[in-house]
Design a protein around this ligand. Sequence first.
Ligand SMILES: [Cu+2]
Length: 107
Amino acid sequence: MEKLKRALLVVLAAACGDPNAPQPEMIQVSDNVFLPGTYNVAQGDTVWWVWAGRVSHDVRFGDGGPSSPVMLIGDFRRTFPTAGRFDYICTLHGGMRGSIIVAAAAP
Ligand SMILES: [Cu+2]
């Protein structure tokens, strides 16, 4: 079964166009949790949130940077040009929170 899953992933990856194109990192906006809640990326990466729940949510950053509106379906992307920790919440659901940890690029 594990082998089959891996084979399917390879097929799916191949079906998604140019394998050399940079792929955004993806976080699932579920009910009522961000999956994964803590996400590690490199400086300059783009993070991609995809709404996958049955009720509305948003992605609101504490740093005043780009945030998403409240929505039921859709997606949101934010690029992180500077290293650091970026915490965000869903304003509709207490306890629904996440963090993006951006590692500094090698000098
Ligand atoms: Cu929510």
